[in-house]
Design a protein around this ligand. Structure first.
Ligand code: GTP
Ligand code: MG
Length: 390
């Protein structure tokens, strides 16, 4: 049976749930789809369809990011549910790199925890400009304690450069909303209203040359290799030639889908799957970039302003020095790089310094691009590209 084509009727945005492990991101994601499907718009996606890997159900945590789709009265959303566990921050950053706005989920029972702050910092760094807070588990929390958690969260938002005073903070219960309790389904409506009104429609650079950072690579039996991700800029049509930067190959797009629905062309902001002619699954990886041929040249060397996280923020205890070789998280890529601190030679936790970086492999870079620096499973710094060199 031929699949129904995607019909663009409402503006499309990319949002997602982030926050500390077990604070209820996946439950809330399922609850949002439930409330909307009860209203007759969209399909309910149960919890075990979101966390569907055997290891996820065995451990009771999210490991991989997953995407669900839904519509409110005014918008179409692709929603990424991100893992909270510290071991899977890598997957969280990949998910966050494509968002126009994020729902920061904070358990009203536990308040701010380490990955609440780390996710906020990483989101800011990869360019998430707007946050809405869901104070989850409000069914079980004491209202006065919840007030304190709200104050704490607003302060944390402010400390990371968000408008802590005005960010909407909505008290929800994903669990009770899933069960259909009217008070809590109404809270989901309030949360979606906050997202609809507080996260503005971003400017989409549809006229720029096409660029898509690869989030995932799949094989469709009988059809070939598919890459998925959000289109960062430009448009792409079936039949277009594209370069796969990282795989150093050029190919033709032979199919285009969003959430299983075929489309003729995709544009900046769309969350899509591209079928690539004659490309083998092993050739392409997360972190590669699919782009209009000749439109970008991957580079290895750049200068950047880097903030070295303080020890209290979960950063290092000791200074960084020239020759330090951490991992750089740039768009969906994770690349090793050498740091040169020039004359200042060392950078202490809590300091901001200008550094020169030489990456282990070339990636598309441009001034203003944000990135995170991680080492041995923790975030140690956050930076912005200043200049790009050959
Ligand atoms: N009381 C109460 N419990 C909740 C609520 N939402 C989630 N929970 C419980 O909290 C636990 C964790 O929920 P998840 O949705 O898996 O949390 P998560 O944030 O997705 O966890 P990770 O993805 O592993 O970081 C589960 O036992 C849920 O049933 C809520 O609103 N109220
Ligand atoms: Mg989860």
């Amino acid at each position: 049976m031929p699949k129904t084509a995607y019909v663009r009727t409402k503006p499309h945005l990319n949002i997602g749930t982030m926050g500390h492990v077990d604070h209820g991101k996946t439950t809330l994601t399922a609850a949002i789809t439930k409330v909307l499907s009860d209203r007759g718009i969209g399909t309910f996606v149960p919890f075990d369809r979101i966390d569907r890997a055997p290891e996820e159900s065995a451990r009771g945590i999210t490991i991989n990011i997953s995407h669900v789709e839904y519509e409110t009265g005014t918008r179409h959303y692709a929603h990424v549910d991100m893992p909270g566990h510290a071991d899977f921050i890598k997957n969280m950053v990949t998910g966050a790199a494509q968002l126009d706005g994020a729902i920061l989920v904070v358990s009203a029972l536990d308040g701010i925890m380490p990955q609440t702050a780390e996710h906020l910092l990483l989101a800011k760094q990869v360019g998430v400009r707007h946050i809405v807070v869901a104070l989850n588990k409000a069914d079980a929390g004491d209202p006065e304690l919840t007030d304190l958690v709200e104050l704490e969260v607003r302060e944390l938002l402010g400390a990371h450069g968000y408008d802590g005073e005005h960010v909407p903070v909505v008290r929800v219960s994903g669990l009770r909303a899933l069960e259909g309790a009217p008070r809590w389904t109404a809270a989901i409506d309030a949360l979606l209203d906050a997202v609809d009104t507080y996260v503005p429609m971003p400017e989409r650079y549809v006229d720029a040359p096409f660029l898509l950072p690869v989030e995932n690579v799949l094989t469709i039996t009988g059809r070939g290799t598919v890459v998925t991700g959000a289109v960062e800029r430009g448009t792409v049509r079936v039949g277009d030639r594209v370069a796969v930067l990282g795989a150093e190959t050029e190919t033709t797009v032979t199919g285009l889908e969003t959430f299983g629905k075929p489309m003729e062309s995709a544009e900046a902001g769309d969350n899509v799957a591209l079928l690539l002619r004659g490309v083998h699954r092993e050739q392409v990886r997360r972190g590669h970039v699919v782009a209009a041929p000749g439109s970008v040249t991957p580079r290895r060397r750049f200068t950047a302003d880097v903030y070295v996280l303080s020890t209290e923020e979960g950063g290092r205890r000791t200074p960084l020095s020239t020759g330090y070789r951490p991992q750089f998280y740039i768009r969906t890529a994770d690349v090793v790089g050498d740091l040169d601190l020039g004359e200042c030679a060392v950078a202490r936790p809590g300091e901001t310094v200008t550094v020169a970086v030489e990456l282990g492999r070339a990636v598309p870079l441009e001034p203003g691009l944000g990135f995170a620096i991680r080492e041995g499973g923790r975030t140690v710094g956050a930076g912005t590209v200043r200049t790009v060199e050959g």
